[in-house]
Design a protein around this ligand. Structure first.
Ligand code: PMP
Length: 367
């Protein structure tokens, strides 16, 4: 058996140790004689798995008691709809900072539902190569919340600050963050945020699970027409079990949290490792005339590194030779082309070293 290096943007690489443990526990979970996949979500066994996963995540991220952690389905994209339905019940307008394709989709979904939205800042005008400065952001006087995408997975554009803002009348504006592709990549202060959400399939676990971390005072004000399965209050009251939750993805995510805490040394340690991995790859790109990345240095994503070859006619050869060398999923998003190397937590430093060596070699031969 060979495990190749996987640079996929999502569903992404999972830690070998987690997959091996899941394999060991697959047929007979802790002597119960059945797989986690076959357990009732209402059983004591699964309740234990669910609570352990949440407790470990709370320790890792330092999530205070006044936040609820929801384990949901529907992907980050379903939150694009759930957020306005839950947060606009008391009036006010949704505000957005728009720095790429995912932020644009979140805004479009709110508008699709008939909500009038305000754009508090954007990077469209610079081609999404630099996030708007904190000083340039302007929330509306009636802002109910401010939504932004911490890391734009496709463009490889990452905020280097947390855009906490207040309204002109001094009222706090709850910050809502799509953290799909940067959650758990390093420590954050959860109290900066009203809502943090993320699709699991990058730094959390397998696809099929969506994590929502929501401050309690923002729960319970959904619009009257909000479907039960969209309502944070109903979901929180039922401990994410209004209906059958994605039990196996929840369990596997718990294994990833445990790996992060006990094998990788927590978020400060993974933060340093992630910085080193990204620095190496950007240095290799910058040191060459053959590869390039257009993003302003202070906004370069640590998780998703897009780059292009000087001659796009070589793209196909680059990708097929990379794959033959065991470097998988380097193709850029279909909307932008080029290459993209995603360096999530489970991508080891050795994978980055192997990619850089391959890039050097390819340039030597074709450049
Ligand atoms: N937001 C961001 C930043 C993403 O990277 C993605 C997926 N790549 C999404 C939202 C959409 O996630 P999902 O497929 O879970 O709906």
């Amino acid at each position: 058996m060979t495990r190749h290096y996987n640079f996929c943007a999502g569903p992404a690489a999972l830690p070998d140790a987690v997959l091996a443990r899941a394999q060991r526990e697959m047929l007979d979970f802790e002597g119960r004689g059945l797989s986690v996949m076959e357990m009732s979500h209402r059983s004591d066994e699964f309740a234990g798995i669910a609570h352990q996963a949440e407790a470990c995540l709370r320790r890792l991220m330092g999530i205070p008691e006044q936040y609820r952690v929801l384990f949901l389905q529907g992907g980050a994209s379903m939150q694009f709809a759930m957020l306005p339905m839950n947060l606009l019940g008391r009036g006010g307008r949704a505000n957005f900072i728009q720095t790429g394709i995912w932020g644009k989709k979140a805004l479009a979904e709110a508008r699709h539902l008939g909500f009038d939205c305000h754009v508090a800042g954007e990077s469209e005008s610079n081609g999404h190569i630099e996030v708007p400065s904190r000083e340039s952001l302007q929330v509306s006087d009636d802002a109910a919340y401010l939504h932004y995408t911490a890391n734009e997975t496709i463009g490889g554009l990452e905020f280097d600050y947390v855009p906490t803002l207040a309204r002109a009348d001094g009222a706090d504006v709850p910050l809502v963050c799509d953290m799909s592709s940067s959650i758990l990549s390093g420590p954050i202060d959860v109290t900066d945020f009203g809502v943090i959400y993320a699709g699991a399939q990058k730094n959390i676990g397998p696809a099929g699970l969506t994590l929502v971390i929501v401050r309690e005072d923002l729960i319970g004000h959904a619009l009257a027409r909000t479907p039960t399965l969209f309502d944070y209050q109903a979901l929180a009251e039922a401990e994410s079990m209004v209906n059958t939750p994605p039990t196996y993805a929840w369990y596997l995510s718990g294994l990833v949290f445990d790996w992060l805490e006990n094998e990788m040394g927590g978020l400060a340690a993974i933060d340093a490792l992630n910085q080193r991995k990204a620095d190496k790859l950007y240095r290799a790109i910058d040191d060459s005339d053959f590869y390039s990345n257009p993003i302003a240095r202070h906004n370069r994503s640590r998780m998703n590194v897009p780059f292009v070859l000087a001659d796009s006619a070589l793209d196909k050869a680059f990708l097929s030779e990379a794959e033959a060398a065991g470097l998988l999923n380097l193709k850029g998003h279909r909307s932008v082309g080029g290459m993209r190397a995603s360096l999530y937590n489970a991508v080891p430093e050795a994978a980055v070293d192997a990619l850089i060596a391959f890039m050097h070699d390819f340039e030597q031969r074709k450049g």
